[in-house]
Design a protein around this ligand. Sequence first.
Ligand code: MGP
Length: 214
Amino acid sequence: MATVVMINTLPASSEKNREKALQKVVSPDAYIKHPLQNRWALWFFKNDKSKTWQANLRLISKFDTVEDFWALYNHIQLSSNLMSGCDYSLFKDGIEPMWEDDRNRRGGRWLITLSKQQRRTDLDRFWLETLLCLVGEAFDDHSDDVCGAVINVRAKGDKIAVWTTDFENKDAITHIGRVYKERLGVPPKVIIGYQSHADTATKSGSTTKNKFVA
Ligand code: MGP
C-alpha cells in the first residue's frame, strides 16, 4: 500500500514542483517495521546470593520486529562486560528461561563451553550469532523445537546454550546442533554436546552426560 506524504518546504513560486511533492509516494519499507516470526523476551540474571535463583531472574524487554531487536541489542551491555555470575536469556514469549517451564521440563540444551581466553575472542560474536539464529528461525522446520538460549558469564569459563523442548526429538535436536555448530564456525573436530535439563538439574558436580553430540 502507498502513502501520500505532504511536503511543505518548497518555495511557493514553484507551483508545479509543489504539486509533484505533495504526491510523493513512500515505499512501506520506509515506515513499517519488519516483523519476526516470534515475539521474544530478553531476561537478565544477576547473582545475588541473598536471594533465590528465581528471584534473581528479571525480564528486561520483549520485541517482535527486526528493528526492535537491534534497538535492544545496541542498548545493553555486551556479555563480555558483565560481572561474573550474570546471564542473559532470550526465550520465546511465554516460555520462562528455567527448567521448570512446561516447554523446558522435558527438554535440554546444546552447550558451548568456552575457555577463559575465548571471552575476548569469541564470546560476544558467538552470542550475537546465537541470537540471530533464534530470531531468524535458522533451524528450518525444526525451529519450533527451540525454546531459547542462555549465556552464562562465569570466572571458571563462560557458556552459551540453545535450549530445545524435547530431548526425545532426535531429528530436531541433531538438525539444530548441526546448523548451530556451522553458524558459530566451530571446527568439525570440536565436539559439542546436548544434555537434558533433567540430567543437568540432578548432576552431582561431575559433567552431565551427553545425549547427543555434533
Ligand atoms: P547455572 O547458572 O546454569 O550454571 O547453574 P553455573 O553457575 O555455571 O553452575 P554449574 O552448576 O553448571 O557449574 C547454577 C545453579 O543455578 C544450579 O545448580 C541451580 O541451583 C540454579 N539454576 C540454574 N538453572 C538454569 C536453573 C533453573 O532453570 N531452575 C532452577 N530452579 N534453578 C536453576
